[in-house]
Design a protein around this ligand. Structure first.
Ligand SMILES: [Zn+2]
Length: 142
């Protein structure tokens, strides 16, 4: 078999880490105001975008929702870590935000077995969200 012209392609793990990082930056930017401040929707505390955390409603171990914009929101460290993801409040917030039927659907979907993303998929996520980060950065720059 002929070798492809690419010399060193990044490993899947590296691509996944990069995709996680780019997507997390995107979510925190999306949920920032023009002063780059995030208000935690669960406890209302205000924090600089860089200190906010990207929380997943359906945990990251579910590949299907790992990079889903509706599944991810910027919250504070206290809600995410100390209150271990403030799950009851988060669930109620999700239900109000997206409707109870949709949240039930997400939960059902998360119970299915999903395949991990391919290297190409990760690259697509990186490209898409890098572009979105640039767009959002422009909007937020005052
Ligand atoms: Zn909070």
């Amino acid at each position: 078999m002929a070798k492809t012209k690419k010399t060193k392609s990044p490993t899947k793990t590296k691509l996944r880490q990069k995709a996680d990082s780019v997507f997390s930056t995107f979510v925190r930017l999306r949920d920032s105001n023009k002063q780059w401040i995030v208000t935690c929707p669960l406890c209302w505390s205000k924090l600089p975008r860089k200190k906010a955390q990207n929380m997943h409603f359906i945990k990251r171990s579910c590949w299907f929702y790992r990079y889903d914009e509706m599944n991810c929101h910027a919250w504070c460290y206290r809600c995410n870590v100390i209150l271990s993801w403030n799950y009851i409040a988060y669930t109620r917030w999700m239900q109000r935000e997206y409707g109870i039927d949709f949240i039930d659907h997400m939960i059902d979907e998360s119970k299915k077995l999903h395949k991990e993303w391919s290297k190409e998929d990760y690259q697509k996520i990186i490209d898409t969200y890098t572009e979105k980060i640039i767009e959002y950065s422009k909007k937020l720059t005052v």
